[in-house]
Write a protein that binds this ligand. Structure first.
Ligand code: LLP
Length: 402
């Protein structure tokens, strides 16, 4: 779609559904999924969508229809995936720090489970022995990812069982005759360097001989997507080539299926977040553009210093000027400092790109503001897939005792 058509479409949607508004293009998700399956067509690979990025039930159903499986980070995500129609064998629950009762619940639901602590592994062995195959979430001690907050595989990270605990792992597995069918790592988010995945594979290859019933190697998610002009994404073709070569060359790994858990790669670029300019404020320090949103709706810029491309779709050909784009909540909620935009006027619509992943999903009702509405564009049709909150939502679940 041309830039002008996109601007017109987003403007129409903002007028029809109001702002702030999240818009997702279904076909872009399919395109991203097909990039992966095409690149990996010669390797035995399966993709589990890391649904923590965006769990709207329609997105889950659409992901299912394009053929991906789903990776979950809580028992409620597991239940949403099942509600969306995924059969349990296509649902993976990669846990972290959860209670054993949640693992039991996941087992009762029949989904695939990755266990991330020695303590839960022991409890699992005591209760289920060899009766239910299970995966191990390991910490590979590799530093990678866009920034420390989204790096999960390094040697100070809470995630996974550290690989140096291999003797303890093996002793628990042998004691209870646990069937370990997959080894998992997830080193972080926004990993551009294919070598990071190669390093992870090498760490796991060293561990393979300890496990006799392995069927899968799960390399997690974290593929980088381009957030800025000129940015590039993880070279998926190169990754597929390296994975193919490494697995084929390894006698014990060549029969294993490779799993990935992409979140951002599938849904980041499909999403647009539309806001409207409430107020312009000129000060000696900056020209502030204050939009009808804040970190209550898109927290990535404030939480991770993440860059989101912003465009003034109401005046795309206007003179370029520099502005600081801020929100309307009672804290410093700067979306972008000193950013070039085409001339902004009160009432204009500003669009944030790459807003599909961890956008709506990390939104809140801070300042008692409503969460945005969500719209899915599919086959040229706009579908409202979540209503904007209304006042009663703010009181829902509160118990008025006074
Ligand atoms: N698998 C596991 C076990 C994960 O913990 C994650 C992300 C993924 C897969 C998917 O990673 P992705 O492909 O989306 O990079 N909220 C942050 C990102 C945190 C990611 C947490 N885990 C952000 O907005 O940048």
């Amino acid at each position: 779609m041309s830039q002008r058509l996109l601007q017109n479409q987003l403007t129409e949607l903002a007028e029809k559904f109001g702002t702030p508004l999240y818009v997702y293009h279904a076909e872009k998700i399919k395109e991203q999924y097909e990039k992966l399956t095409t690149a990996f067509q010669h390797t035995n690979t399966v993709f589990f969508y890391a649904c923590k990025a965006l769990t709207n039930i329609n997105i889950l159903k659409y992901i299912k229809s394009v053929g991906a499986n789903v990776d979950c980070s809580s028992i409620n995500e597991v239940k949403l995936a099942l509600h969306a129609g995924f059969p349990p064998e296509r649902v993976l629950y990669t846990s972290n720090g959860i209670s054993f009762s949640e693992i039991q619940e996941a087992k009762e639901l029949g989904v695939i489970i990755n266990i991330d602590s020695l303590s839960n592994l022991e409890k699992f062995g005591q209760k289920y022995g060899h009766t239910y195959p299970v995966g191990l979430r390991l910490r590979p001690n590799i530093m990678a990812g866009g920034n420390l907050k989204i790096s999960t595989g390094h040697d100070k990270s809470k995630f996974g069982i550290p690989v140096e605990n291999i003797n303890e792992i093996v002793s628990i597995v042998e004691r209870y005759n646990i069937c370990i069918h997959d080894l998992h790592i997830h080193t972080g988010s926004e990993i551009k360097d294919v070598e990071v995945f190669v390093k992870g594979i090498e760490v796991l290859f060293d561990l393979i001989p300890h496990f006799k019933e392995l069927k899968f190697i799960d390399l997690g998610g974290g593929f980088k997507v381009p957030y800025q002009d000129g940015d590039s994404e993880t070279n998926i073709n190169l990754l597929a080539q390296k994975v193919g070569e490494l697995f084929a060359a390894h006698p014990e790994a060549s029969k294993l299926q490779v799993w990935f858990e992409p979140g951002k790669f599938l849904v980041s670029e499909c999403g647009y977040f539309i806001t409207q300019v409430n107020v312009m404020k000129e000060t000696p320090a900056a020209k502030f553009v204050s939009v009808d949103s804040g970190f209550n709706h898109l927290i990535r810029p404030m939480f991770y210093d993440a860059y989101h491309r912003i465009e003034n779709i109401s005046n795309p050909d206007g003179e370029k000027k520099r502005y600081s784009v801020v929100g309307n909540i009672c804290e410093t909620d700067t979306f972008a400092w000193d950013r070039e935009l085409s001339e902004v006027r009160e009432g204009d619509y500003l669009v944030f790109y790459n807003a599909g992943a961890y956008g709506f999903e990390m939104s809140s009702n801070f300042n008692s503001r409503y969460k945005p509405a969500e719209v899915l564009m599919k086959d040229g049709q706009a579908h409202l897939i979540r209503k904007r909150d209304e006042f009663s939502d703010l009181l829902r679940n509160q118990i008025e005792v006074l």
